[in-house]
Design a protein around this ligand. Structure first.
Ligand SMILES: N[C@@H](CCC(=O)N[C@@H](CS)C(=O)NCC(=O)O)C(=O)O
Length: 244
């Protein structure tokens, strides 16, 4: 049995992390049987981050753990004999990797900052991530977690820029994705590929979170992005938000 471990719902999203949603999209796309497990403290994850995949084999009575969404993709591709990358040329995979880096190592961090660094938005992070802690611990633990996040954002380099420049970078990333997918395409062209799971997951998290951040105003400048995120989620049948 395959178990995907993700965060509990937050910010109005049933799957709050773009990395977790990306892995879930891949599992569903491949038609694999899997179950979801919730972990609210990523420090308990094998690499201190979510998602991770656990594969339990009753035959050999053993478990294998794959932590990191890209390693999960590699594992699932092998398991499905090329179900994720098999149809793609080396050139297409190269392009997909470049989009992945833009989404996960750049735009993702701007999204994180728009939630964690912004004074007006942070109370939602505190409530949804730390609200279950007893009494003052909600405030104490969230204060230190936020401090660490701000430090990470600074070390990344993006946090050293003015908010105006961060917005410029975000706009450039979002425009690039919008120009690439166009009116009815996908990140690598006409067809859906596993690389759409990365870009669309990030966009869905921004577009469907319960209260808008400053990043939503910029994302709304590119209306094709919402259509694109919907197209990918609909095609696979997995959504960031709760579908009733
Ligand atoms: N490279 C990892 C990144 C995963 C990641 O950053 N997950 C975030 C949630 S979106 C996390 O677990 N953060 C917790 C932390 O850093 O303490 C992947 O692709 O899975």
């Amino acid at each position: 049995m395959i178990t995907l471990t993700i965060f509990p719902p937050a910010f109005g999203l049933r799957n709050v992390s773009p990395f977790c949603l990306k892995a879930e999209l891949a599992l569903k796309f491949l038609g694999l049987e899997y179950q979801i497990e919730i972990l609210d403290d990523p420090r308990k994850a094998p690499k201190g981050k979510l998602p991770f995949l656990r594969i339990d084999s009753t035959k050999t009575n053993s478990s294998e753990i794959i932590a990191d969404s890209e390693l999960i993709f590699d594992y699932l591709d092998e398991l499905s004999q090329g179900g994720l990358y098999g149809e793609l040329s080396d050139h297409a995979v190269a392009q997909g990797k470049a989009w992945t880096r833009l989404a996960e190592d750049h735009l993702y961090w701007i999204m994180v900052a728009s939630r964690w660094v912004d004074d007006e938005w942070f109370p939602i992070v505190r409530e949804d991530f730390f609200g279950a802690l007893p009494g003052p611990l909600t405030y104490i633990i969230s204060y230190f977690a936020r401090k660490q996040m701000k430090q990470t954002y600074l070390l990344h380099g993006l946090g050293k820029h003015s908010l105006n420049d961060q917005k410029k970078f975000a706009r450039a990333d979002l425009k690039s994705i919008s120009d690439a997918v166009g009116k009815d395409g996908f990140i690598l062209g006409e067809n859906l590929s596993c690389f759409d799971f990365t870009t669309a997951s990030l966009l869905a998290g921004i577009l469907d979170q319960r209260k808008e951040t400053w990043l939503n105003n910029i994302t709304d400048e590119f209306p094709l992005l919402r259509d694109y995120a919907e197209r990918v989620q609909k095609e696979v049948g997995v959504y960031a938000r709760e579908i009733v």
